[in-house]
Design a protein. Structure first.
Length: 522
């Protein structure tokens, strides 16, 4: 047996931005040559299945072979006596006279070396391999599991077959993709970058953990409409569309809240939904027009109980994200830049008005006038479109306080003007029982003691309609169907909403476009 040290190059070679890019002309020429190979594969009677066979006779996977036979690397030049059939993407190859080397990569990034020799496959098959197999192809190989002379786990190939012919060449596997390519061509990102694959796994584990936490607490998962005749449940600008079948204007959902509350009225006392929301607003490092959202409602609790639930949900997600790492069993997550962030313990709960007053150096209460708040905003250079008391308080709080929050923190008790679906505070006039959870300096979740009085809710809707008439495109209208449901009595309840993409940001330290597998880009 023999191998070349370069067979390990994809795993060991340093990545650098200095690697020259392949020109459009070179890519065009490579595609032309590969298309000719595709035609030859499809025309060759002795090349079973052509360029895209319906199946190949795999017997196991690359990760499974590594798990079972990885110990062979401790004893170089060893044969297992076991023949396997595997398939993977060719991410490196070196063709020499009588022996060719290829690194085959599985979907999870696991690699194994394939050794195609004259002795193993014969002269005609070896010549065809050299002529027809390119980087990026999916390749099936069958042969004995061995360790090479250098101790690399390998397949000594006795049979090979193209599983899928790549027409477009792979990017340089030694150089990092730029962000634009990673976002627009996520499939290349997944092929090349371990972090991209890890993000998908972390997200899947997180979703499973959330559902498990809810199941342990007897919550029911529901589905509510994404197309709605009236947008509501949040202050946001909706996407508008038209139904030809009903000849009516419809809105893409900005939140599932009003429908989930109908479910609570109907007797589903613990209910949640994880699904897509759409808001026709700006896109930045923490916002995407299309995003995944979790909302949950629990009867016979309040915003304090919902805060406890939310802390459990996030901390259990951190445990799930750490499975298989050296932090397994802890709430300390490692961000992509190597920073360790502790999501454990009991999180602080602070007052919005109290912390704003302390930071601004003057007392600010629900009775502070709009004129006085506007003067503070003007002095600080804080611009607030269509200002009212609540909007000014929230914008000033973000200006003075938000950036100083480092640990996970519940910010409690918001102005009534900005929270039309929330119950009045039981002891503090002018505020509502609402919290925002801040992690890493951004808002991760929002929780409420839910407003269940249909008379007060109508008053809030009317006030929102007046704001809309003033030009507030995010204000809600009067939802008569929801009010009719509330008139049948909704039990005292707590509710929360949490962005799934932002939860992944908190767990990984990445921006929102990295946590969404296929983000919307212009």
């Amino acid at each position: 047996m023999s191998d070349q040290s370069a067979a390990n190059a994809p795993a060991e070679a340093p990545q650098t931005d200095a690697t020259p890019a392949v020109s459009a002309e070179e890519i065009f020429e490579q595609k032309r040559v590969r298309l000719e190979k595709r035609d030859k594969l499809n025309a060759g009677a002795d090349l079973a299945g052509g360029a895209y066979p319906v199946a190949v006779p795999v017997t196991t996977t690359i990760p499974a072979v590594r798990a079972e036979w990885g110990h062979l690397e401790e004893t170089p030049d060893t044969a297992s006596g076991v023949t396997v059939g595997i398939a993977g993407r060719v991410v490196f190859q070196r063709n020499t006279g009588k022996l060719c080397f290829a690194s085959l990569q599985a979907g999870d990034g696991t690699r194994i070396q394939a050794m195609v020799s004259l002795a193993g496959v014969g002269e005609e098959s070896l010549a065809a391999y050299k002529e027809l197999v390119d980087l990026g192809d999916h390749l099936f190989v069958s042969g004995e599991v061995i360790s090479s002379r250098r101790g690399e786990l390998s397949i000594m190939v006795s049979e090979w077959q193209i599983a899928a012919k790549a027409i477009a060449p792979l990017p340089n596997m030694y150089a990092e993709l730029n962000e634009e390519t990673r976002v627009r061509q996520r499939y290349l990102d997944l092929i090349q970058r371990e972090q991209a694959r890890r993000n998908v796994v972390t997200r899947a584990r997180t979703m499973a953990s959330l559902r498990q936490t809810f199941a342990e607490r007897d919550f029911i998962e529901a589905e509510t409409p994404m197309l709605q005749t009236m947008h509501g449940g949040a202050s946001a600008r909706p996407f508008v569309t038209h139904s030809n079948a009903f000849d009516t204007e419809l809105f893409l959902r900005i939140a599932p809240e009003l429908y989930l509350k109908r479910a609570v009225v109907g007797g589903l006392e613990r209910v949640f939904e994880i699904n897509r929301n759409f808001r026709n607003e700006g896109a930045d490092a923490t916002h995407s027009p299309e995003f995944a959202m979790l909302e949950a409602y629990q009867a016979y609790t309040d915003y304090n109980g919902i805060a406890d639930l939310t802390q459990d949900l996030v901390q259990n997600a951190a445990l799930a994200a750490n499975v298989g790492t050296d932090r397994e069993g802890t709430h300390v997550v490692e961000w992509a830049d190597g920073t360790l962030f502790d999501l454990g313990g009991d999180w602080d709960r602070i007052s919005m008005y109290g912390t704003l007053s302390a930071a601004a150096g003057r007392e600010i209460t629900p009775e502070t006038s709009v004129a006085e708040l506007q003067a503070i905003a003007d002095a600080e250079g804080v611009e607030v479109p269509l200002p009212n008391h609540g909007k000014l308080v929230e914008e000033l709080w973000e200006h003075f306080v938000k950036d100083g929050l480092t640990k996970p923190t519940f910010v409690m008790d918001f102005p009534v003007e900005t929270s039309p679906l929330t119950r009045h505070h039981r002891s503090i006039p002018g505020v509502v029982e609402k919290w925002d959870l801040y992690v890493r300096g951004f808002e991760l979740a929002t929780g409420y003691s839910e407003l269940v009085d249909p008379v007060v809710q109508r008053e809030r809707f009317v006030q929102q309609a007046a704001e809309a008439a003033r030009g507030d495109v995010e204000a809600m209208g009067v939802d008569e169907e929801f009010l009719r449901a509330l008139e049948h009595a909704m039990p005292p309840s707590g509710g929360m909403g949490m962005g799934m993409d932002r939860l992944l940001m908190a767990l990984t330290g990445l921006g929102i476009r990295e946590t969404i597998l296929f983000p919307l880009v212009k």
